[in-house]
Design a binder for this molecule. Structure first.
Ligand code: HEC
Ligand code: HEC
Ligand code: HEC
Length: 445
C-alpha cells in the first residue's frame, strides 16, 4: 500500500515506537493503533507537550510526543526489506529470507550509529536541510491563517526534504506526468527542485575521490585511485539495480586518450554491459553448466587494461547459484562489493546480519581498510596502464559515476504487459542518467 499510495503524513506519524529496529517491524511490519473509544487516533511528533486541542477540534488525531520519531529505527521498518526466496524452476518458497535492502543494518555498523561520537540518524542526513542558525517555528498557523503567539516555538525543524539518489525516476515522473495521471497533484518546477536537491546530495555529501599516487614503472603508468564513502550506509545502498563505478581516462603528451576504463555512452551503458546484457545472462532459467562469471565484471583491485572496470554493485544469485535479475529468485549475492560506510567491520556485520558481509572482495587488502585498519569506508583501485611507445607527461582524470537503474534490470523484465512495456518505453526515451559523484585529476611525467 505504501508504495502505491505514496507514504503519507499520517502513515509515518502514526507508527508506534514499540519494537522498532527489530525483525518484528522490518519489511513494513510497523504497527498503527486503532482509534480509541472516542474515535480518535494517536499521532506522534518529535516535541514534548504538543498543543493538542486544535488538532483534536479539526481532525480525528490527538498529537502525542514520541521520541521514536527522531530515531533511525523508525525508518528501518520500511527500509529493511526481506523478500522470500522462490525456487527458480518451481516457484516454491524455500523458506530463506533474502535481504533485498538494509540501509539500517549497514548504518548500525558505522560511525554514525547511536551513541558514537559522529552520531547521525537517518533523519539528520535525509530530512533536515541546513537551517539558519537558531531557527525556531510555531510549526502551524490557526485555521484562519493567523499566528497564535501562545503556542510554543519549536526547534530543530526537519524540512522533510527526503532526498536520496534517484534523479532518474524523478525525471521519468516529471516527463510523464500526463501518462501517469499525476498532473493535478504535481508540478514540473516541483520535480526540478527535487532533482536539484538530489543532485546536490549526490555531489556534495556522498563520496570523495582521490588519485593517491601516480608513478612510471618502465613501460607502465601506475595510478592509485581511492574512493571514500561519506553516506550512512553502503554506497550505493537500497534497491539492487544501483551501481557506482570509476571512469579513468589517461592522455599522453599529445592529448591523445591512451586508456579509458568505464566511459559511459549516451545511453548510460558501459563496455561491460555487453556481457551483462547477453540474453543467456538475462534468461530466467539457465542451462546446467551455465557460467555466471561470464555475465558480470568481478570486483577489481588491480586493473591492467581498459576493458576492466571497477564497479561497485550487487549481483544476485538464484537457488542454483546462477545470476538472476528476478528479485524473488534471489537467494544470495554472487558479488557484493558496495563500499561499506566508515566504521563498518566484518565481525560486526556477522553479528548484526551476515547478509551485509561483502562478497567477492577476498584478496583485496585495502577494501574497507586503510593502513591495515579495517573500517575506512574506502577502497583503492590500482591501475597498471600500458604505456610502451607513449610519451608523457600524462594527464589522469578520474570520475566516480552513479546510476540508479543499470540497464540489465530493465532488459531483464520479461513480462509483456501494459505497465512493464510502458516503463520500458519511458526508460528508452529517457536513458538512465549517469550522475557524477566526484572527480579527481593528476599529472605525471
Ligand atoms: C517518512 C516519514 C514521514 C512522513 C511521510 C512525514 N513525516 Fe513529519 N516527521 C517525520 C519524522 C521522522 C519527524 C521528526 C524529525 C526529527 O526531528 O528528526 C517529523 C517531524 C514532523 C513535524 C515536527 C516539525 C519538524 O518538521 O521537525 C511536523 C509538524 C511534521 N513532521 C508534519 C508532517 C506533515 C504535515 C507531513 C505530510 C505533508 C509529514 N510530516 C510527513 C516523519 C515523516
Ligand atoms: C551521513 C549521512 C547519511 C546517513 C546517516 C544516512 N544516509 Fe541515506 N543517503 C545518504 C546519501 C548521501 C545518499 C545518496 C547516495 C546513495 O544513494 O547512496 C543516501 C541515499 C539513501 C537512500 C536512497 C537510495 C536509493 O536507492 O536511491 C535511501 C533509501 C537511504 N539513504 C536511506 C537511509 C536510511 C534508512 C538511513 C538510516 C538507517 C540513512 N539513509 C542514513 C546519506 C546518509
Ligand atoms: C511507511 C514506510 C516508510 C517509512 C516509515 C520510511 N520510508 Fe522512506 N521510502 C518509502 C518508500 C515506499 C519509498 C520509495 C518511493 C516513494 O514512495 O517515495 C521511500 C523512499 C525513500 C528515499 C529515497 C528517495 C529517492 O528517490 O532516492 C529516502 C532517502 C527515504 N525514503 C528515507 C527515509 C527516512 C530517512 C525515513 C525515516 C525518517 C523513511 N524513509 C521512512 C517508505 C518509507
Amino acid at each position: 500500500m505504501a508504495a502505491r499510495e505514496g507514504v503519507s503524513c499520517t502513515l509515518c506519524h502514526q507508527i508506534q515506537g514499540d519494537n522498532l529496529g527489530t525483525e518484528d517491524t522490518f519489511s513494513g511490519e510497523y504497527r498503527i493503533a486503532d482509534a480509541d473509544d472516542n474515535g480518535a487516533f494517536t499521532i506522534y511528533g518529535p516535541y514534548q507537550d504538543p498543543v493538542a486541542r486544535p488538532m483534536q477540534n479539526n481532525s480525528p488525531y490527538t498529537p502525542v510526543a514520541g521520541s521514536h520519531m527522531r530515531g533511525s529505527a523508525l525508518c528501518a521498518s520500511c527500509h529493511t526489506l526481506y523478500t522470500p526466496t522462490l525456487e527458480v524452476e518451481t516457484g516454491t518458497p524455500t523458506g530463506n529470507n533474502f535481504l533485498e535492502q538494509g540501509p539500517y543494518l549497514e548504518w548500525q555498523n558505522s560511525i554514525y550509529q547511536t551513541g558514537s561520537v559522529q552520531e547521525q540518524q537517518c533523519q539528520d542526513c535525509h530530512m533536515a536541510d541546513p537551517q539558519p542558525n537558531a531557527y525556531t517555528t510555531r510549526i502551524s498557523l490557526t485555521p484562519n491563517g493567523a499566528v497564535n503567539e501562545t503556542w510554543p516555538e519549536r526547534a530543530p525543524f526537519a524540512t522533510h526534504s527526503m532526498v536520496g539518489g534517484n534523479t532518474h525516476v524523478l525525471e521519468l515522473l516529471r516527463d510523464y506526468r500526463d501518462v501517469l495521471g499525476i498532473e493535478a497533484s504535481t508540478t514540473v518546477a516541483g520535480f526540478d527542485e527535487k532533482i536539484a536537491q538530489t543532485r546536490s546530495l549526490l555531489q556534495n555529501k556522498t563520496a570523495e575521490l582521490a588519485i593517491t599516487s601516480t608513478a612510471i614503472d618502465n613501460d607502465q603508468l601506475n595510478v592509485d585511485v581511492r574512493i571514500t564513502n561519506n553516506t550512512g550506509h553502503k554506497l550505493p545502498t537500497g534497491y539492487p539495480s544501483r551501481r557506482v563505478w570509476i571512469q579513468l581516462t589517461v592522455r599522453n603528451a599529445n592529448n591523445q586518450v591512451i586508456f579509458d576504463s568505464g566511459a559511459p555512452d549516451a545511453n548510460g551503458h558501459i563496455s561491460t554491459d555487453t556481457k551483462r546484457l547477453d540474453p543467456t545472462c538475462l534468461a530466467i532459467e539457465k542451462s546446467q553448466d551455465f557460467d555466471s562469471n561470464a555475465c558480470y565484471e568481478p570486483h577489481r583491485d588491480v586493473i591492467t587494461n581498459d576493458s576492466q572496470i571497477a564497479i561497485y554493485e550487487t549481483v544476485l544469485g538464484d537457488t542454483n547459484g546462477d545470476i538472476t535479475h528476478v528479485l524473488l529468485h534471489a537467494d544470495s549475492y554472487l558479488k557484493e562489493n558496495r563500499i561499506p560506510p566508515q566504521g563498518f567491520t566484518n565481525s560486526q556485520a556477522s553479528a548484526i546480519e551476515p547478509q551485509i558481509l561483502p562478497v567477492g572482495v577476498n584478496g583485496d587488502a585495502d577494501f574497507n581498510a586503510l593502513n591495515n585498519q579495517e573500517g575506512s569506508g574506502s577502497d583503492t583501485v590500482h591501475y597498471r596502464i600500458p604505456a610502451a611507445g607513449q610519451t608523457g607527461p600524462y594527464t589522469v582524470d578520474a570520475k566516480l559515476h552513479y546510476q540508479t537503474i543499470q540497464p540489465a534490470f530493465v532488459n531483464s523484465l520479461h513480462a509483456d504487459a501494459g505497465k512493464v512495456n510502458r516503463f520500458k518505453v519511458m526508460y528508452a526515451e529517457n536513458p538512465p542518467v549517469v550522475e557524477t559523484l566526484a572527480t579527481a585529476s593528476a599529472a605525471s611525467n
